[in-house]
Design a protein around this ligand. Structure first.
Ligand SMILES: Nc1ncnc2c1ncn2[C@@H]1O[C@H](COP(=O)(O)OP(=O)(O)OP(=O)(O)O)[C@@H](O)[C@H]1O
Ligand SMILES: [Mg+2]
Length: 302
């Protein structure tokens, strides 16, 4: 996957060219490497239900294929032959002990880092050049000098007419129930509100792949539940492929069609969660899957 910078020209809004480099390294990379960003040809989304998103033409959902993916940092072999096939539109959660390689795997998926060996292929039904991927991190990484709406406009990339960009940002802020904060500074928002703004920024381009690295990890329990419901809703409405890293098995079984347990660089369990969406927190069947996952992560004594 080529790691080409996607922001070559003048960005939307009021951010100058120099500022754009800062934005790129702040938002899309944790190692000053640009995230892959390709412009997508919009596809018909006739099957989507009513909402702002449904009225838009979204990116095609992305399918992912990993073949014998390995990642080593010096002498530290972090991923040891990952084979994974994620069909377009599926929501997958990745769980596992701290340090087992979850974030490393996510970074490989979106091109922030390259595997030491093996292959990763992202594509859509109209080919790999239609891939539109976005990532949300645990910390919102909002630009402190920009209003919330301008932060969301950033997610559209370059070359979008300012008025159209702000219109799209306004609509997506409504979806995440944050339109009343459009003109606020990030410092004026609560932690949960900031993370909703980060989600809006990731969603405003209507991505075909949304990758989330513990996006709710810093939030309190009640805010987490609200955010989980929000993520579930926008996933059902937009139809993107989702890959979520989380420490919370309850969150994993609430959101995902499939939960993957990583252990010592390998997939130790690939569990299908067949329950229909939307799901209920506290569902007894989901509790059984939770138990199974905890045993897989912690051992039989869990
Ligand atoms: N850029 C890097 N350079 C060197 N080692 C790294 C780098 N990134 C990750 N590692 C190592 O890879 C291993 C896996 O790290 P990773 O961040 O993927 O774990 P994780 O499963 O996401 O953990 P956590 O749940 O704590 O976030 C760790 O041993 C870490 O030290
Ligand atoms: Mg991590």
């Amino acid at each position: 996957m080529p790691a080409e910078p996607g922001f070559a020209g003048q960005p939307p809004g009021s951010v100058g060219r120099d500022g754009w480099d800062v934005i790129r390294s702040t938002l899309f990379s944790d190692q000053n490497r640009p995230m892959i960003e390709r412009k997508c040809t919009m596809a018909e989304t006739a099957s989507l239900p009513r909402s702002f998103f449904a009225a838009q033409q979204g990116s095609l959902p992305v399918s992912l294929k990993l073949h014998r993916v390995e990642k080593r940092f010096g002498g530290n072999q972090v991923l040891r032959g990952i084979d994974l096939d994620i069909p377009a539109g599926q929501f997958v959660a990745i769980v596992g002990k701290s340090g087992c390689g979850k974030s490393t795997l996510l970074r490989l998926l979106v091109g922030l880092d390259q595997p030491t060996s093996g292959e990763i292929a992202l594509t859509t039904e109209q080919g790999a050049d239609q891939v539109n991927a976005r990532i949300v991190f645990q910390e919102p990484r909002l630009l402190p000098w920009s209003s919330i709406i301008d932060n969301v406009v950033v997610g559209l990339g370059e070359g979008v007419e300012a008025a159209k960009g702000r219109y799209a940002a306004q609509r997506v802020l409504e979806e995440v129930r944050l339109s009343d904060k459009a003109g606020s500074w990030p410092s004026e928002l609560s932690g949960g509100q900031r993370q909703r703004a980060a989600l809006a920024r990731a969603l405003v381009s209507n991505p075909g792949l949304l990758v989330l690295d513990e996006p709710l990890g810093a939030l309190d329990a009640l805010t987490r539940i609200t955010m989980q419901q929000l993520i579930s809703r926008v996933w059902r409405e937009l139809g993107f492929t989702g890959v979520l890293v989380t420490h919370d098995v309850n969150e994993a079984v609430y959101l995902a069609d499939r939960v993957i347990v990583l252990d010592q660089g390998r997939i130790s369990l690939d569990l299908t969660i067949p329950q229909a969406h939307p799901r209920q927190h506290g569902d007894a069947a989901l509790a059984g899957y939770e138990r199974q996952l905890l045993e897989a992560i912690l051992g039989r004594d869990a």
